[in-house]
Design a binder for this molecule. Structure first.
Ligand SMILES: *Cc1c(COP(=O)(O)O)cnc(C)c1O
Length: 409
């Protein structure tokens, strides 16, 4: 059984149509099995080159003159992101963090349903998303936030806004975007999607779904680097109806008029606030170009094969060691990561990182999470990473980590 799983991995690698992309990434330590690209994506060679060029030429030599080139960056990259999330040109901008963009779009969304008082999200959502909604409710005593197991079953005539993550950060559960949006809009509520764990890993059909708003992260599957700014999406027909609650000069129709009268830009630029962190926007472009080149249907297909292979490995080897599958068994309901549960998940995670050269991550209370990035993860890496986890569990090598409490997991 075990040797055939390895052979299967080798054969899947040989047939992987995306295999050629791995060599486009910096593999700092060839022995390290990195299965955490859903937390921080790898550095690509082209991104490194583009960053050096931006530093030496555009900043070093061009100085302030380079703003001619930098000014369109948020919407130029936004249009590339639009291509991989099924959105129209002119509807996406790169700016700020996911958290800040969520704030801007949630407040804008609420302005479209002034008579309704309820905001819904679900308990498995990413905590920052929930905190932001709490903050908005604190500022607006008329509003009420309900964090429930299944918002789609509870959305009603008083619901103004539903915020959902397309892919849950812990379990990897993936919503059917078109069906969920329809339920929310049938009830007359506004749909806001967080695409942080799906963009660049699976297909997203924003325009087809008709969802009003979306945000997403660029340092996960888009390999934008630590702290690279997020993106936001506003459905085209709404652009003239909604405003950002943070009115900054980069959202002005003519920033360099320096007028005291605020006039929002016509397009998605109206959701920009202050000066974009230009250097932090550079690295994501190389990955965007790769994703556009191969198409998200092929990326999703390889991602599905990878999560399927991990589930097969779990059934054959991990399930009998007391490790549970904490992700949906149905591939249609999964993003690109798989979580396994174990009462000593944190200690297992630490043993893998510190002794086994495997990097997954731990998500409280009992998940070890393995992320698969179709552009650079190999099936043999998945095999070896999971096999080392099996060994750590079998041998009890994790027991000496039971007392450790790291501050980043
Ligand atoms: C990663 C992630 C974020 C990140 O938010 P930042 O403001 O960029 O730190 C937000 N929401 C979800 C669902 C995420 O997975």
């Amino acid at each position: 059984m075990y040797s055939s799983l390895y052979e299967e991995a080798q054969s899947r690698d040989a047939k992987n149509p995306l295999g050629r992309f791995r060599q486009q990434f910096v593999i700092g330590d060839p022995e390290l099995i990195y299965l955490d690209g859903n937390s921080l994506g790898r550095l690509s060679l082209l991104a490194k080159e583009a960053l050096m060029q931006a530093i030496e030429e555009d900043w070093g030599k061009g100085l302030v003159r380079s703003w001619q080139k930098w000014l369109p960056q948020p919407t130029r990259l936004g249009d590339k992101i639009a291509q991989i999330i099924g959105a129209a040109p002119g509807t996406v901008a790169v700016c700020d963090s996911t958290s800040v963009n969520l704030y801007k779009l949630a407040v804008a969304a609420l302005s479209l349903r002034p008579a309704r008082t309820e905001i819904l999200t679900d308990t498995p959502n990413f905590p920052s998303d929930i905190y932001l909604l709490e903050g908005i409710v604190k500022q607006n005593p008329n509003l009420k936030l309900r964090v429930v197991e299944d918002p789609l079953a509870e959305v009603g005539e008083n619901t103004a806004l539903v915020l959902l993550s397309h892919v849950h950060f812990k379990s990897g559960f993936k919503f059917d975007m078109v069906a969920a949006t329809e339920i929310v809009q049938e009830a007359g509520a506004i749909m806001l999607w967080d695409l942080s764990h799906s963009v660049g890993a699976v297909q997203v059909e924003l325009e087809k779904s008709g969802a009003e708003f979306a945000v997403g992260c660029t340092y996960k599957y888009l390999n934008g680097g630590p702290g690279s700014p997020a993106f936001l999406y506003v459905r085209k027909d709404l652009l003239s109806q909604v405003e950002s609650p943070i009115l900054g000069w980069f959202g002005h129709s003519r920033a360099f008029d320096f007028t005291t009268q605020y006039q929002p830009a016509e397009g998605i630029e109206r959701f920009l606030a202050g000066t974009p962190p230009i250097l932090s926007t550079i690295a994501m472009e190389a990955t965007l170009d790769m994703l556009i080149e191969v198409g998200m249907n092929q990326i999703e297909e390889v991602s599905r094969q990878m999560t399927e292979y991990a589930c097969e490995f779990w059934r054959a080897r991990l399930s009998e060691l007391g490790v549970g599958l904490a992700s949906p068994p149905n591939p249609q309901e999964r993003g690109s990561h798989i979580s396994f549960s174990h009462p000593n998940a944190l200690a297992i995670d630490l043993a893998l990182i510190q002794e086994q050269k495997v990097i997954p991550d731990f998500r409280t209370p009992d998940n070890v999470r393995f992320g698969f990035t179709p552009l650079y993860t190999t099936f043999v890496e998945i095999h070896d990473g999971l096999e080392r986890m099996a060994k750590v569990v079998e041998s009890g090598a994790y027991l000496k980590y039971l007392d450790q409490v790291p501050n980043v997991t």
